[in-house]
Design a protein around this ligand. Structure first.
Ligand SMILES: C[S@@+](CC[C@H](N)C(=O)[O-])C[C@H]1O[C@@H](n2cnc3c(N)ncnc32)[C@H](O)[C@@H]1O
Length: 281
């Protein structure tokens, strides 16, 4: 099932490869939930979904609690009259100022489908500032929202930093981490780049915590770009490079796409035959 939100770095397109690598367990913990593609396409007894973005977690909780009622309300915002720059900017302003949590959650779904490229971006004072997307007929993800609402009955949603969520895990948990990507050009000692505020210290904390958790019986799977930096950061893990043909570009002539790495801490996998192992030099 596709996520109902468009999300930068969404993992729907490689969810099958992720699912094959995830070990069994009672509860799946996702400290970087985003659009929750992995939650939607796996079958654990329980889920803990967390993200640093409070608007995202608020929508998930509203959908979990109010289901069909909330979906029907969101649908009313998807009209031709609301698909103009004037209405978009008025509703964006309302999103940024309203104190009404229910309305704010519905507006987040509207903005995600009417804004440019489904981006979620805020200015320095925390105001959502994505421009109008100019789509002919924005899709209302009704089926996807209904599916999410049902499955959310097995989930707990929290808003917070990945370090706190990871430290609170226990044996029986399996952790899937999908952090903001390291930059493609990142070498083993990159220092000055922080995509979306997520810098080298965060990436290092993540791989260190993954190792710590695996040592106390909690396996951790991390996905990221395959770069010199991630090769070094995931040296302790069982690392596999996804063979995604259209993404392979070792020669630098075709930089639009990128290789991905799946690093599994805590479980040695002998079955690497499903993947092609290769290094981009
Ligand atoms: C690559 S996206 C995850 C995509 C997700 N797997 C999907 O399929 O849509 C990374 C997510 O990490 C979140 N994030 C960024 N910094 C974080 C932090 N310090 N702690 C927790 N989440 C963070 C972002 O809000 C974003 O949703």
């Amino acid at each position: 099932m596709k996520p109902f939100l468009k999300w930068a770095g969404g993992k729907y397109r490689i969810v099958e490869a992720i699912r094959r690598r995830l070990p069994p367990g009672r509860r799946l913990v996702e400290p970087f939930a985003g659009s929750a593609a992995v939650f939607l396409n796996t079958d654990y007894t329980e889920y803990l979904l967390s993200d640093i973005n409070p608007d995202l977690i608020h929508v998930y909780r509203t959908l979990q609690l109010h289901g069909d009622h909330f979906i029907d309300y969101c649908k009313m915002l998807f009209t031709p009259e609301n698909n103009t720059p004037e209405r978009y900017y008025a509703l964006r302003e309302e999103f940024n100022t309203t104190q009404d949590g229910w309305r704010k959650a519905a507006l987040f779904v509207y903005l995600n489908r009417h804004g440019y490229n489904g981006l979620c971006r805020y200015n320095a004072s925390g105001q959502f500032n994505v421009p109008f997307g100019r789509y002919k007929r924005p899709y209302f993800p009704e089926i996807e929202m209904r599916y999410f609402a049902r499955k959310a009955q097995r989930a707990t949603f929290i808003c917070g930093d990945f370090r706190d969520v990871m430290r609170a895990t226990q044996p029986g948990d399996v952790v899937y981490c999908d952090p903001p990507y390291v930059p493609l050009s990142a070498t083993a000692n990159f220092t000055d780049y922080a995509a979306g505020g997520f810098g080298v210290k965060d990436q290092e904390d993540l791989s260190r915590l993954a190792q710590e958790l695996s040592e106390r019986g909690v396996p951790v799977l991390i996905s990221n770009h395959a770069t010199e930096f991630t090769n070094a950061a995931y040296a302790m893990a069982d690392v596999e490079y996804l063979e995604v043909r259209r993404f392979i570009s070792c020669d630098g002539d075709n930089r639009g796409t990128a290789p991905e790495v799946l690093a599994l801490f805590g479980v040695r996998s002998d079955d690497a035959s499903k993947y092609t192992r290769w290094i981009c030099k």
